[in-house]
Design a protein around this ligand. Structure first.
Ligand code: SF4
Length: 156
């Protein structure tokens, strides 16, 4: 196709719309913090002025899953808590994303017992894993940027 006709082709508008929606979505993330254990302290420090998660458009947590698009699972998840986590995930509207914050949520961590879920991806799909016990705030921001890249690539 000649360059002068490219702007008029349907593919041009579709790809530009995808780019625009991806850009808007990745800088307007509303988190639902599902915080259960010690990783919560590090989660709070990411939100404070020194690390300033607001730079990434993710500064405002929501405490209703229906108003959230990123489920931030922070801390150890027990089998007793697993149905609650699943219900909260189900209550979120699409598109939605899940971040596993800390090694307990990623794999169960050092817990190896009957009560602990060995990774939240056995219950709900996970988009980004942030390892560490607890992860440093820099790791959390790195994970958030990886999520933004994924959101940008996702079709509108
Ligand atoms: S990963 Fe470490 S800091 Fe985080 S909840 Fe588990 S034990 Fe606590």
């Amino acid at each position: 196709m000649k360059p002068e006709n490219q702007a008029a082709s349907p593919g041009f508008f579709t790809s530009k719309l995808n780019d625009m929606v991806g850009w808007a979505r990745k800088y307007s993330l509303f988190q639902y913090p599902f915080v259960t254990a010690c990783c919560g302290m590090e989660y709070m420090s990411v939100a404070c002025a020194h690390y300033d998660i607001d730079r990434f458009g993710a500064g405002l947590p929501r405490f209703s899953p229906r108003q959230s698009d990123v489920l931030m699972v922070v801390g150890t998840i027990s089998h007793k808590l697993a149905p609650v986590l699943k219900q909260i995930y189900d209550q979120m509207c699409d598109p939605k994303w899940v971040v596993a914050f800390g090694v307990c949520t990623c794999t169960g961590g050092f817990y190896d017992n009957y009560a602990t879920v060995m990774g939240i991806d056995t219950i709900i799909p996970v988009d980004v894993y942030i390892p560490g016990c607890p992860p440093r705030p820099e790791n959390v921001l790195d994970g958030l940027m990886k999520l933004q890249e994924k959101i940008q690539r996702q079709p509108a």
